[in-house]
Write a protein that binds this ligand. Structure first.
Ligand code: GLN
Length: 303
């Protein structure tokens, strides 16, 4: 058996032995029902090989990992203009914090906290219908993954919409500072649908090849945008646990409350991990552990 297969099987076995799963996101009813004792990992390497262990063909809700794709799409569309509306600094506050907005006149600190992602989606939506912006994000993901069978789970989007008081507060606060171009409900509806995209770890690992520099990028993704997206994943991709993640894993990563993690080992591999139980920061509990093991066993690091 190939060395990488052995490593992935070892990680999967260890994760099941440790059985330290955490709790699925409770504030989105459709996600709260997912059984936590599940795990998958997929790795695509520079020679095009894809290795997996666990439930690598089971689609899961990518949630905040979609913020990586909406950022890439928005940078492709409006370029540097985005940064007048969103910062590029990590924070010590939770992903859905409103406090951060008060300190900088409604300019979110980075595009990966919820407020920053809402502004990014708002910029992508400007002058268009939600379905056009969503088609652009979904189309970009399908191109990056090289797969057509990637869809939005509308039940998850509706479920989040019904319990979205916090995100509504963020959007209306942004609007009060003139930092939303569209009606807050329209932007939020688009944002919830983008978060409700479902992918398997195989599809997600395939989609990260461009960011890892393993694949020639579609014309809308420049190397500069890919590098900058990696930088933001490293500094802000795990919210107020980004420092700890960089310390333990040493690779750019983006988490989502569906329990997924997209991990980039530049020029070496694109990695996707899924386990739906979360830690206190809203990042996958077993997924973070698996990322740590993978970094140790392969030696992959940007440092
Ligand atoms: N849709 C989720 C929310 O807005 C995404 C959060 C996340 O994955 N961290 O709360």
């Amino acid at each position: 058996m190939h060395n990488l297969d052995r490593i992935l099987n070892q990680i999967r076995d260890r994760i099941h032995e440790e059985a330290d799963w955490g709790l699925p996101a409770q504030y989105i009813p459709e996600l709260a029902n997912v059984a936590p004792e599940q795990f998958a990992i997929s790795v695509v390497t520079s020679n095009g090989q894809c290795c997996s262990a666990g439930q690598a063909d089971r689609p899961f809700s990518i949630q905040s990992i979609s913020k990586v794709f909406s950022l890439v799409a928005t940078l492709g569309r409006i370029g540097e203009a985005l940064w007048t509306r969103v910062g590029r600094e990590p924070t010590r506050a939770a992903f859905d914090s409103i406090m951060l907005l008060e300190t900088d006149n409604g300019r979110p600190p980075n595009p990966f906290v919820n407020a920053g992602a809402i502004v990014t989606t708002d910029a992508l939506l400007a002058g268009r219908e939600p379905r056009q912006a969503l088609a652009e994000i979904l189309g970009l993901i399908r191109t990056m993954a090289g797969r057509d069978d990637i869809y939005i789970n509308k039940r998850v989007a509706q479920s989040e919409k019904r319990t979205a008081e916090r995100n509504k507060a963020l959007a209306h606060y942004l609007a009060s500072h003139g930092n939303l171009l569209n009606d807050p409900d329209l932007t939020l509806g688009t944002y919830f649908h983008q978060c409700a995209i479902e992918m398997t770890t195989v599809q997600l690992a395939m989609s990260g090849r461009v960011l890892a520099g393993l694949d020639c990028a579609p014309p809308t993704i420049s190397r500069t945008h890919a590098r900058r997206t990696n930088a933001l994943m490293m500094t802000c991709g795990h919210y107020d646990a980004s420092g700890e993640f960089a310390f333990k894993v040493g690779l750019p990563g983006k988490s989502g409350v569906g329990g997924g993690i997209l991990l980039i080992a530049p020029r070496r591999a694109s990695i996707a991990i899924w386990s739906p139980g979360l830690n206190g920061y809203g990042n996958s509990q077993a997924g973070t552990r698996a990322a740590t093991m993978l970094a140790e066993l392969t030696g992959w690091s940007v440092f």
